[in-house]
Design a protein around this ligand. Structure first.
Ligand code: IPD
Ligand code: CA
Length: 261
């Protein structure tokens, strides 16, 4: 998985350089970026297929491909942080996860600009390059920094987000919206953020990050505290001290019938 990510990232870095040139053209870089997305996904798929010819796929661009081995599938996001990429903002990554019988057992999140390879395997720990990761040790909400994702045009949950953010901003040291859910989770695993929450998120945005946070000693659930993040599109991740407090806080601003995204 790491080899595939490294290989695909070479083209992505070249394409990112090109975006900076296209930024000033009338047409803008949008079409170019969608073709970079497709190209990267194709390469990742080829590399993973070479290693495990029978596994299935769930891909942001290509959708689901059922494999001869129905127990395993790769979950691929070729560029997480596409809006950043499109705007020439150097904060995006490749996210790859391996699912076995419905459970995420390995994840790789590669951020090519800073050459940060986050990787984790169930039972074997989480790493940033060679360094073992552990979630942050902060215990107080007032010292905690939380990442989140803000819904935009065409996405549901605008009002709920405002309610969530209002509650969290009054309680913690800061909220960040950096634009890549996969990196938000990787940063929780690395102890950079105390936690992260988002609703309306897709499986490929979070699959790899879930195993990273868990293997770094953190907790990841949906809004009900259950392990149904991929199905509900809700994710609440935090270090071991602050997961319950942030979950409780977010639930305090949700009615029993709050909209599911
Ligand atoms: C998006 C990013 C963003 C999150 C959105 C995702 P994309 O993925 O992860 O941080 O807030 O919900 O759709 O479009 O960059 O692959
Ligand atoms: Ca994504």
């Amino acid at each position: 998985m790491m080899n595939a990510a490294r290989k695909a990232a070479r083209g992505l870095i070249r394409d990112f350089g090109e975006v900076e040139n296209l930024q000033v053209s009338m047409k803008g870089p949008a079409d170019f970026v969608s073709s970079a997305d497709l190209k990267t996904e194709k390469l990742l798929r080829q590399e993973l297929q070479k290693a495990r010819p029978n596994y299935g796929f769930l891909m942001e661009e290509g959708g689901e491909v059922v494999g001869a081995d129905s127990l395993h599938r790769w979950i691929i996001d070729p560029i997480d942080g596409t809006t950043n990429f499109l705007h020439g903002i150097p904060h995006f990554c490749i996210s790859l996860a391996l699912e076995r019988e419905g459970e995420i057992v390995a994840g790789v999140i590669y951020e090519p600009i800073h050459d940060e390879m986050f990787h984790a395997e169930k039972g074997a720990g989480a790493y940033l390059n060679e360094r073992r990761l552990r979630v942050s040790a902060r215990r107080k909400m007032e010292e905690a920094v939380f990442a989140t994702g803000i819904p935009f045009k065409g996405r549901p949950g605008h009002e709920q987000f405002v309610a969530d953010a209002t509650a969290v901003m009054a309680t913690c040291a800061g909220i960040r919206r950096f634009g890549s859910a996969a990196l938000d989770l990787a940063y929780v695993a690395a102890g950079r953020y105390e936690g992260y929450w988002e609703c309306g998120i897709r499986p490929w945005d979070i699959a790899a990050g879930i195993v990273l946070v868990k293997e770094a000693g953190g907790y990841v659930t949906d809004m009900d505290g259950k392990n149904e993040m991929l199905a509900t599109g809700e994710v609440v991740a935090a270090n071991d001290h602050l997961h319950q407090p942030i979950l409780k806080l977010l639930n305090s601003v949700r009615g029993p019938d709050s909209q599911k995204n």
